[in-house]
Write a protein that binds this ligand. Structure first.
Ligand code: SF4
Length: 1017
């Protein structure tokens, strides 16, 4: 392919000074920007724009200039002032500086905003309208014959506009694009299907770009490129700006940098008297200097001496002096926690007001660091600030809108629906008139509904949801529904209300009407937070979201209103919420949580470069989705090598940013996947730094990291009551708790692992349940219990007694009948397997047969069989002085009263009941049953035996809890052990201490307990 000649740079038409200020480090980078922007005069400063990478960087730079001039009263050298034409530096030795006129601190987009403000008669197109217009044109071009090999969906329309913008910013025309790419592809298209497809795509894109330009023109609007053309057409000596200081590199070095067309604008804009580019030696040497000289060949290069700052010392773990000075944490949360401890150890809050003692946590991506800062720094009582621009999508209300979009597009899926109901910001509006009050939705109800729907194998579908709802209500009306299902009913009602209200969105209709419907639902379902700060935040995000919806609606009305369904509209709305940024300012405070681009503009004593992992340092660059890199290179696209070299230079600059200490921090796990440390850490200039040894080992680790549970109105203790701060003194040692009523199975849970009890029974956290194929273990357990319960009730009603060999055929027949009835409650697809389990098959006996054979084999004179025996009550546990009364809860599946005056407690298990000997459950049940049944039929029943019918065992299904010879000892020990557990619970001791690591394998709380610490204790 023939490379196109580089675009010509026209000569500047206004006499101006164009210079490059080379600086050795970031401290002097900031000083040079200050001198160049506020040093000439207050009037000049107001007509000066400083171009910075982000809005956050602008905020940080503003503080830096104010600190230099008003707090530190820094005085630049005469030579530097003269070099940069700063004849009126605001700090004078004998006069107190009380104010400083700040320049306009803007991003590249902000620079165009300033230019646009000066061109008041130019109508600029709204960015949302631009996407809608481009989408309409793309569809029209596709329908007109130049069909693309892809469907022009919203995300691809946005990518098309990115490509168009990049072409124009690289000062290339659509003809250039078609000619250069087309020529490269044409020769191969006849023999290579890939090339043919790319050629087809290129032709479509060129036609769409031309169509877009014509449509924009016809609408009388301009975009950035039209604005630039209008600005360059301005004549005369006055213009919007007198001076511009460029503090970003070019786009080849950073995505927020300037493009060739921007430099062209700045060299030709009427009235601009000075253009000053400020850059560090490292960035210039990484390729920026040679590119700049290509773009601005006449640029004057000047040096800036400034005032050097001290070299930081590097934080090194005191216990491992031989290791590289890198702090390694398990994950980001632990990384921020370690940072918080260092801050507490190094500085203390006393320094919070001194800018020279500011501490920075520097990251490459604001999320999740901003969330972690709120959680962890808050727990450690450290004041902090942040000015990051986050996507609107990260706001809770935008997240709630996303849930609505997902649910509406999913045909009432279970996961999406329950997530919607769990949002504290949404309640599906009641049906009909306002008076139609809806039952409240609680977190417990959502959990119950989730389990019930999972057991019913419900994945989605409005019709099936309605069918289940009707069936469950019938069952409840007839008194057949179990407790969990009754709790689920209000949630089912809310799910159906949401599904009904959003159903019209699933059918194509004009986009503006769909947006109206969506807005109406959001307004009707919205729950505005009550707390003042949350409310303010919500209202800001609400205004932004509604603004987006309304702008999109207007754009559709103006530029075509295609019929679309929510699955096509949702991606556009998500993109808009991602693209719009929001600055949740926090502060002021000692710690600045700041991104790497903004940190370069700040003055900090201690800096921690956080999240030093492979995919973030350097950040991976965006790819063009339409064309391969070799074709783009001829159109002036930056190369990966340039980007990487510039990123490394920026990192090296950051190493020398702090005046006191530098910490390099990485971690090893992200979402349970192992991540690699940044390659920068293998080759560190910082190794030459003097070490600041910090004792960071041996600090007690946090045992619990919980995120707030969604849902409202539940009476359980929520995790908000147990922030991270509760744990540093020791794993989940939460202080004394008042006595309560204890479930016997929960006492066994404590003995398995006290932390498991804490997560389940104190915090009420929802267990992580693996999605299983087929019926869940819990659902199968319910089915088996229900079947045996119904069988023995019916057997007794028909006059049946003990099941001996003679009664086996009748028992089998009745159990088959009962089991078939029970099987109707589960999905049809699961019935064959569960039928085989219950009733048996050609290859094995069923649960019923095995249970009856066990009973027939005993021949021990059954007097009465009691089912589902409630044993709730007050019992005395312990011996002698330690004995006390404890309220306990439990229900025995079955208690058999036998002719010898003994009783036998039976519990059904679908598993193997391997812990039958160690478990407290059936031993305590047996003891309590003997107390409760004393005098029944005139007998003082004593405990005979107690155990499990464990159907998961292939051979002997009966697992006894004790032998006859050790019965009394086992029952006494169970009571003593139970009291010990109750004591520990009431003392608030919940260590991470599984009785066996095997327990962790099936534990649903592994995500919150940090089980990898097990064994450290
Ligand atoms: S995963 Fe293990 S250590 Fe953690 S709560 Fe469960 S049983 Fe305890």
């Amino acid at each position: 392919m023939t490379s196109a000649p580089p675009p010509q740079t026209p000569a500047a038409i206004t006499p101006r000074r164009t210079r490059l200020v080379r600086v050795p480090d970031l401290g002097r980078f900031q000083q040079a920007i200050a001198v160049a922007s506020v040093g000439a005069s207050p009037f000049q400063a107001r007509r000066t724009a400083v171009v910075v990478p982000t809005a956050g960087a602008a905020d940080v730079l503003r503080h830096t200039i104010e600190d230099l001039c008003l707090v530190e009263r820094w005085a630049p050298g005469e030579a530097d002032l003269a070099t940069l034409g700063a004849h009126d530096w605001p700090v004078q030795p004998d006069t107190a500086t009380v104010s400083v006129a700040l320049p306009q601190l803007v991003t590249r987009t902000g620079l165009y905003g300033l230019v646009g403000e000066a061109l008041a008669d130019v109508a600029r197109i709204d960015p949302i309208a631009r996407e809608v217009l481009a989408g309409a044109v793309a569809r029209e071009v596709a329908a007109g014959g130049a069909a693309p090999p892809f469907v022009p969906r919203p995300a691809l329309v946005a990518a098309m506009l990115d490509l168009y913008d990049a072409l124009r910013r690289n000062r290339r025309s659509i003809d250039d694009f078609e000619r250069l790419v087309g020529t490269a592809l044409e020769s191969g298209a006849a023999i290579d299907r890939g090339a043919a497809r790319l050629l087809e795509e290129t032709r479509f894109l060129a036609a769409a770009f031309r169509g877009y330009e014509a449509a924009l023109d016809a609408a009388g609007l301009v975009d950035e490129h039209g604005l630039r053309a209008r600005a360059l057409a301005l004549e005369g000596a006055s213009g919007p700006l007198a001076s511009v200081v460029v503090a970003v590199p070019d786009v080849a070095a950073a995505s927020h940098g300037l493009w060739p067309a921007d430099y062209d604008l700045l060299t030709r804009l009427a009235g601009l008297e000075s253009l000053t580019v400020v850059a560090t030696e490292a960035t210039l040497d990484a390729g920026y200097l040679s590119r700049l000289l290509d773009t601005l060949p006449d640029i004057e290069i000047v040096a800036f001496a400034g005032s050097p700052s001290s070299t930081p010392r590097i934080v090194r773990p005191a216990a491992r002096p031989a290791d590289a000075p890198v702090l390694v944490s398990r994950d980001r949360e632990e990384e921020v926690t370690a940072f918080a401890r260092r801050v507490r150890a190094q500085s203390g809050e006393a320094a919070a007001d001194a800018p020279s003692h500011a501490v920075a946590l520097v990251h490459q991506r604001p999320l999740p660091y901003l969330y972690l800062a709120r959680q962890v720094l808050g727990a450690y009582g450290i004041s902090w600030q942040a000015v990051d621009a986050l996507p609107l999508a990260a706001e809770p209300w935008a997240a709630a809108v996303d849930l609505v979009l997902t649910f509406a597009a999913s045909d009432a899926s279970r996961a999406a629906g329950l997530a919607l109901l769990a949002s504290p910001l949404l309640v599906p509006p009641p049906r009909g008139d306002a008076g139609d009050a809806a039952p409240p939705v609680t977190a417990g109800g959502i959990e119950a509904c989730d389990r019930e729907l999972a057991d019913a194998l419900f994945v989605g579908g409005r019709a099936r949801l309605a069918e289940l709802d009707a069936r469950w209500r019938d069952d409840a009306g007839a008194g057949r529904a179990r407790v969990q299902r009754r709790r689920a009913l209000p949630v089912m009602d809310a799910l159906l209300r949401a599904a009904d209200a959003l159903e019209p969105l699933a059918t194509p209709d004009s986009a503006s009407v769909q947006l109206d419907r969506l807005e109406a639902f959001l307004i009707a379902a919205e729950r505005i937070p009550v707390a003042v700060r949350a409310r303010e935040r919500h209202l800001r995000a609400r205004g932004a979201v509604l603004g987006l919806l309304r702008r999109a609606r207007e754009a559709y009305r103006r530029f075509g209103d295609p019929a679309i369904a929510i699955d096509e509209l949702a991606p556009l709305l998500r993109r808009l919420m991602e693209a719009q940024t929001f600055s949740p300012r926090v502060g002021p405070g000692l710690v600045h949580v700041v991104d790497a681009a903004a940190a370069a503009f700040g003055r900090f004593a201690d800096v921690t470069l956080a999240g030093l992992i492979e995919s973030e340092w350097p950040a991976s660059g965006g790819r063009n989705v339409f064309l391969p890199a070799n074709l783009l290179r001829d159109l002036g696209w930056p190369s990966d090598a340039d980007r990487r070299a510039a990123a490394r230079a920026a990192f090296d600059d950051l190493l020398r940013l702090p005046s006191r200490t530098l910490a390099l921090s990485t971690f090893t796990l992200e979402d349970d996947a192992i991540v690699r440390p940044s390659a920068y850490l293998e080759d560190l200039d910082a190794l030459a730094f003097e070490a600041a040894d910090v004792a960071i080992d041996g600090v007690p680790r946090l045992a619990l990291a919980v995120t707030p549970l969604p849902g409202v109105g539940d009476d359980r203790v929520g995790p908000r009551e147990w922030p991270l701060a509760a744990a540093p003194a020791g794993p989940a040692d939460v202080g004394p708790r008042p006595p309560g009523a204890y479930s016997v199975t929960a006492l066994d849970r404590y003995r398995q692992c006290p932390f498991k009890y804490f997560a389940d029974d104190v915090l009420g956290l929802e267990e992580d349940v693996d999605e299983e194929a087929g019926l869940s273990a819990r659902a199968r357990g319910t089915l088996v219990h229900d079947a045996f319960q119904a069988f023995f009730t019916e057997w007794a009603a028909r006059g049946g007694g003990a099941i001996d060999e003679a009664a086996l055929p009748a028992a089998r027949a009745l159990f088959t009948e009962i089991a078939e009835r029970a099987l109707l409650a589960i999905p049809p697809s699961e019935r064959p397997l569960e039928r085989a389990r219950l009733i048996g098959s050609a290859v094995g006996a069923g649960y019923g047969e095995r249970a009856f054979r066990f009973e027939a084999g005993r021949a021990d004179g059954l007097v009465e069989r009691l089912l589902e025996v409630s044993l709730d009550g007050d019992y005395t546990l312990g011996d002698g002085e330690t004995a006390r009364t404890v309220r306990l809860r439990g229900k025995a599946d079955r208690v058999d009263l036998l002719s010898d005056g003994t009783l036998r407690v039976i519990d059904y298990k679908t598993g193997k009941a391997s812990a039958a000997r160690t478990s407290l459950q059936v031993k305590l049940y047996a003891r309590f049953a003997a107390e409760r049944l004393r005098g029944r039929r005139g007998v003082d029943w004593s405990v005979g035996e107690s155990g499990y019918l464990a159907f998961g065992r292939p051979d002997d299904i009966y697992q006894a809890a004790f032998d006859a010879g050790s019965r009394d000892e086992a029952l006494a020990a169970a009571a003593t052990d139970a009291l010990a557990v109750v004591d520990a619970v009431e003392q608030g001791a919940f260590p991470v201490a599984p009785e066996d690591l095997h327990v962790c394998t099936f534990c649903g709380f592994a995500a919150v307990c940090r089980k990898d610490y097990v064994g450290d204790e």
